[in-house]
Design a binder for this molecule. Sequence first.
Ligand code: CMC
Length: 431
Amino acid sequence: MDQETAKIIINDNVHELPVITGSEGERGIDISRLRALTNYVTFDQGFGNTASCSSAITFLDGEAGILRYRGYPIEQLAEHSSFLETAYLLIYGHLPTAKQLREFSGLFTNHSMIHEDMKNVFKGYPSTAHPMGILASMVCSLSAYYPGIDLVDPTPKQFDGIATQLMSKIRTIAAFAYKKSIGEPFVYPREDLEYVPNFLNMMFSSPTRQYKIYDEVVTALKVLLILHADHEQNCSTSTVRLVGSAKANLFASISAGICALWGPLHGGANEAVLDMLETIHKEGSGIDKYIDMAKDKSSSFLLMGVGHRVYKSFDPRAKIIKKCAHDLLHKLGINDPLLEIAIKIEEKVLKDPYFIERNLYPNVDFYSGIIYKAIGIPKDMFTVMFAIGRMPGWIAHWKEMVEAPGGMKIGRPRQIYVGAKTRDFVPINKR
Ligand code: CMC
């Protein structure tokens, strides 16, 4: 078959542009020579129609509600895989053998501690500091502790070290940030515990209290981490790529990604969902007022946890999390009225023409807060949990970008300037 092309006609001049086809049949018009050929650029605010790169990490089909990591359906990974195995898959592109997973896991154990000096940095924060702010700066600060390692162009072995440092230490930093906020002493990581139980122990044990680790809680948390592990070119991952494209090191690039994730339209939505459900519950006047407010164009209120830039039929992650929330609450014997409110909102949203016409469905963050709450994770740590889960995805994208055949290109979009035309400066006494 002939190579497909697209034609663009500008003032009667026809320009032919190549079409790139992905492995799942997605097609994109390659405009990389458009400006050189025509002196025009494209305009796509929010990048809703722009592929910023080609990537072999995650495939998602928003119309069909499909999400796969390296070809493996998210449903299978959530059920059968561990978080570390999924992390390995995302970063290295294939499932690990038993030996590879043992070695990978060993690196996590070796790197779980943070440098004792870093503990002093925690002391400088007020107890009211948001843990996402602490996380972003601590992750960037980690770069200060590896003299002698080329952070910008690490060797493959150095990269393995840096990647596992990040994934292992983010969990320790997150738990320490929480302990700092409640004024309790830090609990150190333990070599005998796996990734998720180790985190729970650092969060909830204390010198006088041994936290009991329930299998159901570990499973629910593992599922959440896997579901959050990657989501192709979302806002924070695009940020990691953009910052990394300037050859910023992995610590700095991921710190920037954490800042992007913090926003309530992105990872911060899970916290905002719980705020919304709590307010509805406290008011006790039902959900209709909030549904109406979300539909009212004169109000800026949005139903948090609803809608997605890419998913236009359903978010497959939300489906798994809803079931997971149900199962966990049932097993722990918790009757949370917020879950009932969430289910009622979902029922209304699925029937209401406003949401149907705009393809708005509950997203990954709609039910995750209910699980975190049941586990005892405080609200301002919800987005931190998202960051812990997203870490393998960010690392995988940074690695894919710096190793791209043909080299990496610095990210530098164009703009359409709409400001003042040239004018002469007027001294202040003459204005
Ligand atoms: N409640 C009410 N109306 C909404 C909502 C909502 N949650 N989301 C979108 N709309 C409306 C929006 O007002 C617009 O209406 P109209 O066409 O009449 O102007 C239409 O739906 C299209 O919305 P959009 O803002 O153009 O869509 P987008 O793709 O730019 O934004 C979104 C996607 C996720 C930012 C948005 O749906 C939103 O703000 N949702 C609430 C926040 C949220 O839950 N974010 C988490 C996203 S999932 C986690 C992650 O991966 O980040």
